[in-house]
Design a protein around this ligand. Sequence first.
Ligand code: ATP
Length: 357
Amino acid sequence: MPYLQISNVSKSFGTFQALKDVSLEIEEGKFVCFLGPSGCGKTTLLRAIAGLDIQTSGRILQGGRDISALPSSQRDFGIVFQSYALFPNLSIADNIGYGLKNSGKSRKEVAARVAELTELVGLKGQERKYPSQLSGGQQQRVALARAIAMAPGLLLLDEPLSALDARVRLHLRSELKSLQRRIGVTTIMVTHDQAEALAIADQLVVMNQGVIEQVGTPQEVYRNPKTAFVADFVGHMNFLRAEVVGEGNVQVGGLILAAETGGLPAGEIVSLCFRPEDIQVRGIAAGNKNTIEVRIEEMEFLGTFYRADLALNGPTSPRVMADFSMNAARDLALEPGKIIPIAMPADRLRLFGEKRG
Ligand code: ATP
């Protein structure tokens, strides 16, 4: 049985429907990311799970218990917000121990647990300080320690890393993941940052306009996006307008390419999608049907690879983004202005109808 079972949850604010009949199951111990653009409903779903907002309709079960109508105070979760939301007038130790103290634990028990938690989140030695004396990243560690202090069944994280600067954010992200793995708590994190979600999640839930577009591991969602929205939102993707010109063939800007057309009729207008890293520039098999000549318009050095802007067929033709390794760029002396052959493996080309999906 899944640990968290969300069935047909809808939520309206006045006439606006923020969640539309959302169903989702989450296994115990997983790290799940709700990923989507601003306003897609991910925070609303998190808040419904926490009971901070009650859904308009639908059911939520946690550990087999129907929590749909329970007030937040009677649910079993810890939560961390983007704004650290610490008590400014309490020390770090008292912030972390706040819930423990209120639950009637003895001073000794609270002190022991706080010591354990400060160690766990890497704040040993900071116990007597106040929130204003800590950096943003440290404050978020305090918020995290406070959220897991009562050993909740569910840890909810609402954009917990968004307020931090890039380096701290990366560091805390990997610590968060290893902490979650160590304590094994089922975790849901809301984020609009696809790179963050890909890096940290066991399972991604991609949302758009109040519905779930796709659920899967980061690898599944990246490699096999089910809708044009997911293809576009997760990772980088080239989208070209194309026309089906018969079984297994599409036409793009005057070129005929082999692609799996999956029974679409000739004349159908589709979006042809492929990832920048799927474009081959070396080791192209002789006779590869999708080998074409392109002109390198621009090349951007991105540290471990180059991202090139290619013109498919003359300067006014469609442009595509391609990633080239450092070795390929050096061996082939790739540079702007050069005309080169590239191949687009047919099994990596994906077609979506002009309408979504
Ligand atoms: P963000 O990353 O911007 O927070 P989100 O995906 O978390 O985006 P939600 O906060 O879930 O989005 O909001 C979904 C939609 O519901 C938005 O259009 C928002 O304006 C609307 N909404 C959220 N809370 C309320 C509210 N209390 N009253 C009215 N509308 C709301």
